[in-house]
Design a protein around this ligand. Structure first.
Ligand code: XMP
Length: 506
């Protein structure tokens, strides 16, 4: 399949470039800046990403791109444009101050293919500390803003383009159009990439890879593992066994409901109720990281014991998706992202790893899920942490506290759905505090737990804002929780954003 290569120099928006290219129906791979796949016959064009670095700094990333220029069309974005200029003898200098934010194009060369239909007055998004002050020989000015003369340039003979602004972000209002000119008009993408084509080719590849082999997959009820399971089921049917472990810290009725959903989808899934093993091991444990370690270790043990009951398993499938694998994080040492996954899966089982979603972004996983006929309530559910309610019950966990929190959480999530608010929120849940407070109910004094409600908006969980829920709704919700959940007499709403707080409390 045709593909665009995006060489990553560590920008925060590299993944966004990838998503835009995919939205244009074109497959792309994001690779570290110095790992261009020379010789790959499917490459039709190259995009050089932005970077927090400077091309003339001692730590600049200056790969040898001699086999790239003049062989493929190349588009440089921000640092990528500066790099093109620097390599070809242009001048890049510090602009004195960081240029950040919206700007309007004041000049556009109508002959430049990249800008077809994009005229002076169009809004672009700038974010750079360096500017290209002199273009290299043979390169022509393509667009300017009032403050940045060389906002875009090109070399039509060598098929090289550079833009100082960021076409991948929504603030560049015609950015998608610009990228379409590059990907479709210039690189001649046949636009073969779609959810349906992905399902078709992946099912075919999985059949070839797995043959009559047996596959196991850990299911969590989450979007990624569900889509991976349905895809594998389509490819190998009952040779796939899904294992869904109940650690006793799931949402109320989650184990039964999700298991029923899996069975409705025709999946061969084993539900393992290991609640008592987990709750016993967690008895008296207060430290959040220790809770995570215990749950991770037990999860692997339970999973392995169940897997051992299936004779002749050759493959371990995982719902790993593309953002989990992109190696952008360590390129500059400045972009840091940590991943939390329950446990990690058993390496010593000597199983071959099978990751059918490893090329997909999250929104693509959902579209593939829709193509596969997975119901929307499974595909558009909020993220839920692997250790579950264990990290929402602050301090020691008891079965009584699990019951209280499940009831509160259930009322909260159900009401968000009923009020039509669920879809606007990235993630919501309740936290049980390890304190009791005084209240009065009827004429009686109460001394019960305080719970916190947390609802955030986000696009990737790296940053999050607390969600502004309607006052009337919060009022009704608080009443319902205190009236219905035995053991709770106070409800608080968390108004902290991430950073400096985190989404979970532990
Ligand atoms: P924080 O609390 O770090 O959470 O802002 C960011 C996202 O990660 C989820 N999260 C976890 N997921 N195991 C998981 O599988 C964990 O230990 C874990 N801790 C946090 C959290 O729910 C949010 O979506």
């Amino acid at each position: 399949m045709q593909k665009i290569i995006i060489l990553d120099f560590g920008s925060q928006t590299t993944q966004l470039i990838g998503r835009r290219v995919r939205e244009l129906g074109t497959f792309c791979e994001i690779l570290p800046f110095d790992r261009f796949p020379h010789g790959d016959p499917d490459v039709i064009g190259v995009i050089l990403s932005g970077s927090p670095l400077s091309v003339y700094a001692p730590d600049a990333l200056l790969p040898d791109l001699s086999g790239v220029f003049d062989r493929y069309p190349v588009l440089g974005i921000c640092y990528g444009a500066q790099l093109i200029s620097h390599i070809h003898g242009g001048k890049v200098e510090n602009s004195g101050s960081r240029e950040y934010g919206r700007a309007l194009l004041s000049f556009v060369d109508r002959n430049c293919e990249l800008f077809g239909g994009i005229a002076a007055g169009s809004q672009v998004w700038m974010s750079h500390g360096d500017s290209i002050t002199a273009l290299p020989e043979g390169f022509r000015l393509a667009a300017s803003t009032d403050s940045v003369r060389n906002a875009a340039f090109w070399n039509p003979e060598r098929r090289i383009w550079g833009v100082q602004f960021h076409p991948e972000v929504a603030h560049t209002t015609q950015g998608k159009q610009l990228l379409e000119h590059f990907v479709v008009d210039i690189c001649r993408s046949r636009r073969e990439w779609s959810s349906d084509s992905f399902v078709e080719t992946t099912v075919r590849d999985l059949r070839a890879e797995i043959g009559d082999g047996k596959v196991i997959l850990g299911l969590s009820g989450g979007v990624d593992s569900t889509v991976a399971a349905v895809l594998l089921n389509k490819a190998v049917g009952s040779n796939l066994t899904g294992i869904f472990v109940n650690h006793g810290l799931l949402r109320k009725h989650e184990f039964e409901n999700v298991l029923a959903d899996y069975h409705r989808l025709g999946l061969n899934v084993r539900g393992v109720d290991a609640s008592s093993i987990f709750l016993n091991a967690l008895d008296g444990v207060e430290d959040p990281e220790q809770k995570r370690r215990i749950i991770g270790r037990l999860f692997v043990e339970v999973f392995e014991a169940e897997a051992a009951k299936i004779p002749g398993v050759g493959f371990l499938a995982q719902g790993t998706i593309y953002p989990d694998r992109i190696e952008s994080r360590n390129i500059t040492g400045k972009v840091i992202k940590s991943h939390h996954n329950v446990g990690g899966l058993p390496e010593h089982l000597k199983l071959k790893l099978c990751e059918p979603l490893k090329w997909l972004f999250k929104d693509e996983v959902r579209s593939v899920g829709l193509s596969l006929g997975i119901p929307e309530h499974m595909l558009f559910r909020h993220p839920f942490p692997g250790p579950g309610l264990a990290v929402r019950i602050l301090g020691a966990i008891t079965p009584e506290k699990v019951r209280i929190l499940q009831d509160v959480d259930d009322i909260f999530i159900r009401s968000l759905r009923e009020e039509g608010l669920y879809g606007d929120i990235w993630q919501a849940g309740a936290i049980l505090l390890p304190v009791r407070t005084v209240g009065v109910m009827g004429d009686e004094r109460t001394y019960d737990y305080a719970v916190v409600l947390r609802a955030v908006t986000s696009s990737d969980a790296m940053t999050a804002d607390w969600a502004f829920l309607p006052e009337g709704y919060l009022r009704r919700l608080s009443n319902e929780i205190i009236n219905k959940v035995r053991g709770v007499n106070r409800v608080c709403y968390d108004i902290s954003s991430k950073p400096p707080s985190t989404i979970e409390w532990e």
